[in-house]
Design a protein around this ligand. Structure first.
Ligand SMILES: C[S@@+](CC[C@H](N)C(=O)[O-])C[C@H]1O[C@@H](n2cnc3c(N)ncnc32)[C@H](O)[C@@H]1O
Length: 458
């Protein structure tokens, strides 16, 4: 593999003898990690169902290594949101963030959703998860991944960090900044990351991280946690960014996470004028632990800080009577129970159930206001894929449960009509007991109603 010569020289200089083991990892195939969706099933149940060979990852109780030739991304269980494919070292970020159910959590740079789906699972559907990304296209990938994941308490935003800080103030218990970085940990997987890398890129990423973290710092409540992570090895980012941050933000202190096998301390000696306490941040190295490599720092905001306490009114919702009538008619026929009415509202033509205590999002660029239930059409309600994915199968009155080797599954996912007798109208198709998507039955024919992005299944 062709690595940028300046990168190789720098790593040899920093790591000395150890650099041979580090650089040898670039001759090996990238690791594939699979994280089980604990919103839908336990890791034990997944292990019993799984067609893949799974090897546990020490720092992520729902994470496993999978042989890449088993192609888990192509499996129907992936389509059903039973797992997310994620670099094993990246799984350490949400694991160390360790959000509690009921908290307010912001993932500031969240697309495509690796950390956000993990945070959602750890929050168990309770509290508020705000998943934001600045990029106008990538934010939609994030939204889809959260839909498939069945996250029912997530708001998706497409905002700049400064506008978020101005809007929310010191609102969040935990803020994750999985920062845009020079991506040296992507070199094995992504030839473009190798081509685009340069020493100038490293410096511009470091500057960008300073700016993002400066805004992120405003969003953490007194006593709350700011998590800074990258997938690069460059000390001008990582330890350098951290040193500059701590210098400029005396109301933050580094916290030492519980060390796991494979975690290594950060290297303060690699940057000028850095305090030894920087060693409390964590480096995951590809030659020491499974995965592509990560840097993670936990920054605790002082309880003494004089952050202005935010006064955000709750987000108002309205549900026009006509829309409510169609929604009720649909729900009575198809769902076992009606979701909590109080927080259901119409935004444009879409019906959402907001997360509990959702603050006003007025003035922000909102992609999803919470759990997308469906769309109000003229004289009818059309259910959303997110509604399908956010409930267990037993909460759908009407469903067609297929086994994973049933040939009708592939046809359904390609958008083709399939045959099965039963009551007319909306029903849920399921694979091995897990919801997969909506179908509408007319006579004995079921027409799939899947979002276009899901239909690429082979
Ligand atoms: C390393 S990626 C995040 C990966 C993601 N957390 C995950 O686990 O799937 C960094 C993200 O930061 C976004 N980004 C870049 N500049 C940003 C900014 N100023 N504010 C918010 N997001 C930004 C990029 O669009 C990109 O999606």
């Amino acid at each position: 593999m062709d690595l940028p010569p300046e990168f190789v020289a720098r790593m040899q200089n920093l790591l000395g003898e150890e650099s041979a083991d580090f650089l040898a990892t670039y001759q090996q195939p990238p690791t594939v990690g699979l994280r089980v969706n604990t919103l839908k099933l336990t890791p034990q149940r997944f292990e019993a169902l799984s067609p893949f060979s799974l090897q546990p990852i020490p720092w992520a109780p729902a994470g496993f290594l999978v042989p890449p030739d088993e192609r888990p991304g192509k499996h129907v269980y992936h389509t059903a949101g039973l797992y997310y494919l994620q670099d094993p070292s990246a799984m350490a970020v949400a694991a160390l963030t360790s959000p509690r159910p009921g908290e307010r959590v912001l993932d500031l740079a969240a697309a495509p959703g690796g950390k956000a789906t993990h945070l959602a699972a750890l929050m168990q559907g309770r509290g508020l998860l705000v998943a934001n990304d600045l990029h106008p296209r990538r934010v939609h990938t994030l939204a889809r991944n959260l839909e498939r994941w069945g996250a029912t308490n997530a708001v998706v935003l497409n905002e700049t960090p400064d506008r978020l800080a101005a809007h929310f103030g010191a609102y969040f218990d935990r803020v994750v900044v999985d920062a845009p970085c020079s991506g040296e940990g992507m070199f094995r997987k992504d030839p473009q990351a190798r081509r685009e890398w340069s020493p100038t890129l490293v410096l511009s990423c470091a500057r960008r991280q300073d700016a993002i973290l400066h805004q992120a710092a405003r969003l953490v409540r007194p006593g709350g946690l700011l998590v800074y992570a990258t997938c690069t090895f460059a000390p001008q980012e990582n330890e350098g960014t951290l040193a500059r941050f701590l210098e400029a933000h005396p109301d933050y202190e580094l916290e030492s996470p519980p060390l796991q096998p494979g975690f290594a301390p950060a290297r303060p000696e690699w940057v000028d004028a850095a305090a030894p306490s920087l060693a409390s941040a964590v480096r995951l190295w590809p030659h020491r632990a499974p995965g592509e490599g990560h840097f993670i720092a936990l920054l605790r905001r002082s309880t003494e800080t004089e952050a202005p306490s935010p006064s955000l009114p709750p987000q108002a919702v309205t549900l026009p009577r006509e829309v409510q009538k169609h929604w009720h008619a649909f729900a009575a026929q198809v769902l076992a129970a009606l979701p909590d009415e109080e927080r259901i509202g119409l935004f444009g033509s879409r019906l959402y159930r907001l997360p509990p205590h959702c603050p006003s999002l007025r003035g922000l660029r909102v992609i999803h206001w919470g759990w997308w239930l469906g769309t109000a059409r003229k004289n009818r309600f059309e259910p959303a894929h997110a509604l399908a994915m956010g409930k267990p199968l037993e909460q759908f009155r009407r469903h067609l449960a297929l086994a994973r080797d049933d040939p009708r599954l592939g046809r359904f996912l390609r958008g083709e009509v399939i045959s099965a007798e039963g009551a007319e109208g909306w029903l849920m198709l399921a694979v091995d007991g897990f919801p997969l998507g909506w179908g509408k039955r007319v006579g004995a024919r079921i027409k799939p109603h899947l979002p276009r992005w899901l239909r690429q299944f082979e």
